[in-house]
Design a protein around this ligand. Sequence first.
Ligand SMILES: NC(=O)c1ccc[n+]([C@@H]2O[C@H](COP(=O)([O-])OP(=O)(O)OC[C@H]3O[C@@H](n4cnc5c(N)ncnc54)[C@H](OP(=O)(O)O)[C@@H]3O)[C@@H](O)[C@H]2O)c1
Length: 335
Amino acid sequence: MNTIFVIGQIIGITSISVALLFALAKLVSRHHRSHDQDGYGSAVLITGCDSGFGHQLARVLDDKGFVVFAGCLAPEGPGAQNLAEKSSSNLKVLKLDVTSNEEVQQAKKTVLQNLPDKGLWAVVSNAGITDWAEIEWSSIEDFQRMMDINLFGSIRVSSAFLPLVRAAKGRMVFMSSIFAFFNCLNMGAYSVSKRGLEAFADCLRVEMASFGVKVSIIQPGNFGQATNILKMKTGLDIWEKLDGERKQIFNLQYMELANEYFMSTCKEGFKDASMVIDAMLHAVTSSRPKYRYLLVSTVDMLFFQLFPFLPTALTDAVFSLSPMYGKRKALLYAK
Ligand SMILES: NC(=O)c1ccc[n+]([C@@H]2O[C@H](COP(=O)([O-])OP(=O)(O)OC[C@H]3O[C@@H](n4cnc5c(N)ncnc54)[C@H](OP(=O)(O)O)[C@@H]3O)[C@@H](O)[C@H]2O)c1
């Protein structure tokens, strides 16, 4: 009898505790949500708003009442014009080539002259390019161009605007990629730029924590169909850029095959960018933004979560055992 009474008491106390904990968790989460950033009186700077993720995020943040400084490479171009037409008067298109010190400083002047009461809440370093080629097919200029935009462009913009974001205890958001950690054929230059960008963002997060600035990294997978990032090229385009020595070594047929494979892989990707835009929005507005947003399909999620922790021999084997790698071995150096 006594035992039954004790068990009954334990069950009763446990149920009440669970219910209380649940209610407490809800209260805490509601409390946090109530501190999510609304746009009114705050500004956000986004780079690369002519098209793609930057363009879409600018529209969403404008709808939420932020003053949006939309950095565009070509303010007279159709993308920037379309953005200005569809947005409120709170959105300002700025000419901002992230590789130009002068344009970054000019953009800063414009931002300072138009800052709302609550200042510059966030900078979203989104501008970027991609390209594909094996390392041996790439020139030093190919690497430099990729770094100038994807890496130094983000560092240049961050350094210029950081004092304003620090004053607002705001957010720094960096657009990286799964290629920051997923070592893959043909993505050498892009991977170097994105891995460098993540190193910068990780160091910045540690340094900024004491000032209340939060830093987030966005890691999209394959969204090539949802933006303008993919520029069409052929195996012949790459082959024609090779010098005489390399033309002697490499095989055009393999380049065509690799190009077809690359393009067909990109076509399998997401056709809609909303998963990325939601993550960017969360990083800018949530009271508890994530350090990293990994944005791949549910099927691929476990693979990409595990990949950075696997031994190198195993991650290399993912490629060396693939059928494409076999064809590459047979064709790459064959004349
Ligand atoms: N789409 C994906 O699958 C994917 C996946 C992972 C990461 N990302 C990253 O997401 C970011 C946005 O790309 P997206 O997919 O939205 O492609 P996108 O549509 O091409 O947008 C990138 C924007 O950056 C602009 N840009 C290029 N060079 C610039 C420069 N020097 N200064 C300022 N802006 C410049 C581009 O202008 P132009 O169009 O005139 O060149 C374009 O408007 C990039 O950092 C990219 O690496 C994309």
